[in-house]
Design a protein around this ligand. Structure first.
Ligand SMILES: [Zn+2]
Ligand SMILES: [Zn+2]
Length: 373
């Protein structure tokens, strides 16, 4: 993608003064700011361009390099140095603090309170466990309050002090260019407190790493990729923010007999060719034991027998799926002389009337005759 000329992006002449560039940037940045153009991808793109252009043209050194070498002079990806022009990752946090001093969402003061991240735990279960539901124990990394300082991070007998840098606000204002930027206090990292005598066990963190064991109830009927939410079991919040959630994502192991399709199960049902021809009864496995299936006479490969209610229960209601048995007529193998003899005899007496006994093979031969004229 060709990069646009930075002067063009800001709509200024190549000999524009620093002041003109600043004014042009401010005007355009306000106009295309994502807050004023929610859901507009175009505005967002435009805003990025404006910001990138301003970062170069507002810096005397970068502007000179750009004037002399063009984009190659300032694009870090072009390997010419110039560095930090901000073409790579794009952080909305930066923009909002640039223009509105970190006041996004009207919160202001306590924006250093964060909710912990949601975590994901992948759990493999068998098809039987998914169908019936089960209870599993998982062990996950966690944090707990340090038992020496009881979570304060301060050595027992001492107290954390109010942070001198930010006066306990957790945030400080800094001037950068013509904007005033609100930042998390670099001394206390937003907590507003300073620990002069840190606890020897947790080194001032107030928390220690540990593991916790959780019981997870897997409801009957869960399928591949379903998520079970364990509220508040995710990463702990920062500076008093709430913890995130833990999502247990189920993965169903491949089963040796059944294949699952939503609530239905499918399986192969091999039958002997005598049973296929004469009809009969076969036993087939289901998730809860063997059941008998009546095979009609003259059953062909590919016919599907539906066994009602032997699928998987819906995770959302009381409906239960079916078991679909796909007939495969098995050609007999390892035949004895006697068996071969009987088959040859069978074939010999069938030859006389192929149209009656093997209609499919017969119509196939007719089609071939048509085809070759
Ligand atoms: Zn401690
Ligand atoms: Zn501070």
């Amino acid at each position: 993608m060709a990069k646009k000329d930075f002067y063009e992006v800001l709509g200024v002449n190549r000999d524009a003064s620093d002041d003109d560039i600043k004014k042009a940037y401010r005007k355009l940045a306000m106009k295309y700011h994502p807050d004023r153009n929610p859901d507009s991808k175009d505005a967002e793109e435009k805003f990025k361009e404006i910001k990138a252009a301003y970062e170069i043209l507002s810096d005397g050194q970068k502007r000179a390099a750009y004037d002399q070498y063009g984009h190659a002079g300032v694009d870090p990806q072009a390997g010419m140095g110039g560095g930090g022009a901000g073409f790579g990752g794009f952080d909305f946090g930066d923009i909002f603090s640039d223009i509105f001093g970190g006041q996004r969402g009207g919160g202001g003061g306590r924006s250093n309170v964060y909710r912990g991240s949601d975590l994901r735990y992948n759990m493999e279960i068998t098809l039987e466990e998914a169908a019936r539901g089960c209870e599993k124990q998982i062990r996950i990394p966690s944090h707990e309050n340090c038992d020496v300082c009881h979570g304060s991070g301060a050595k027992p007998g001492t107290q954390p002090k109010t942070c001198a840098t930010c006066g306990g606000h957790g945030q400080v204002r800094m001037s950068q260019g013509f904007f005033s930027i609100q930042q998390t206090c670099p001394t206390c990292h937003g907590s507003g407190k300073q620990i002069t005598d840190p606890c020897h066990k947790c080194h001032g963190a107030g928390q220690v790493k540990t593991h916790k064991t959780l019981n997870v109830k897997i409801p009957a009927g869960v399928d591949e990729g379903d998520r079970i939410r364990l509220s508040g079991e995710g990463e702990p919040g920062q500076n008093g923010g709430p913890a995130g959630d833990l999502f247990v994502v189920t993965h169903i192991k491949k089963h040796s007999v059944f294949e699952r399709d939503g609530m239905d199960l499918h399986c192969e049902m091999p039958i002997s060719f005598a049973t296929a021809a004469l009809g009969g009864e076969v036993e087939i496995p289901t998730l809860d034991g063997m059941v008998k299936v009546k095979i009609a006479a003259e059953t062909q490969s590919g016919k599907v027998y539906r066994v009602r209610g032997k699928g998987v229960k819906s995770v959302r209601g009381h409906d239960v799926g079916d078991l679909m048995c796909h007939v495969i007529v098995e050609t007999p193998v390892s035949l004895t002389e006697r068996q071969k003899e009987l088959l040859r005899e069978f074939e010999a007496i069938s030859q006389g009337d192929v149209a009656t006994h093997n209609p499919r093979a017969n119509s196939f031969m007719d089609k071939l005759k048509d085809f070759f004229g």
